[in-house]
Write a protein that binds this ligand. Structure first.
Ligand SMILES: [Fe+2]
Length: 188
């Protein structure tokens, strides 16, 4: 008899990733305040800014080593600045990552270690091949719709958040009167 089992996890645009090998984390405004240029007192600290669902693969040395995740970035502005993820470099910069846009519109901000910053448009069907040497951050620019992006990466990539805090992305994305208002990031 051939063994037929359930899959490790199940993906849905509405329920995220569920199943025995999946977990979910939430980032509130209280945790995300310092990503933005200025504090917005109109936003409750408990506001959910984004959710990350991912498959969990905890066995050391296990193969395959790939992780699969979904980021749901809500349509929120902070003093007119579009909602964004924390952003990170990989601790192991030989490990790359793939993003795939599934819903909403946004930008994928990318940055090298010299601080040069650029972006790719994210939309349903967009595919992004992220070099492990580049920092990456998602920005939801759709205004009224969640930005949902699938990611696939090596569990050995690791997350270097501190480098981004000490060397911020070069631009910030605000809602302009008739489109995006892209401003050079002023580091004090
Ligand atoms: Fe990453």
């Amino acid at each position: 008899m051939m063994l037929i089992s359930e899959p490790n996890a199940v993906f849905s645009l509405t329920a995220g990733i569920t199943g025995c090998s999946a977990d979910k984390s939430i980032k509130t405004y209280g945790e995300a305040q310092n990503f933005f240029a200025a504090v917005d007192l109109k936003l409750d600290l408990s506001t959910i800014m984004y959710e990350v669902y991912r498959t969990i693969n905890t066995e050391s040395g296990s193969k395959p080593d790939l992780m699969w995740g979904l980021t749901v970035l809500y349509p929120i502005t902070v003093n007119n600045e579009f909602n964004m993820t924390r952003g990170h470099f990989h601790q192991d910069d030989t490990k790359s990552e793939v993003y795939y846009g599934v819903e909403g519109e946004g930008l994928l901000l990318l940055m090298d270690k010299k601080g040069t910053t650029w972006a790719e448009k994210v939309f349903p069907g967009s595919v992004h091949l992220i070099d492990g040497q580049h920092g990456h951050r998602l920005v939801n620019t759709s205004g009224n719709q969640a930005l949902k992006v699938i990611a696939c990466w090596s569990k050995h990539a690791g997350y270097d958040y501190q480098y981004v805090e000490e060397h911020p992305f070069g631009f910030r994305i605000f809602a302009g009167i008739d489109g995006l208002d892209i401003r050079r990031n002023v580091v004090l």
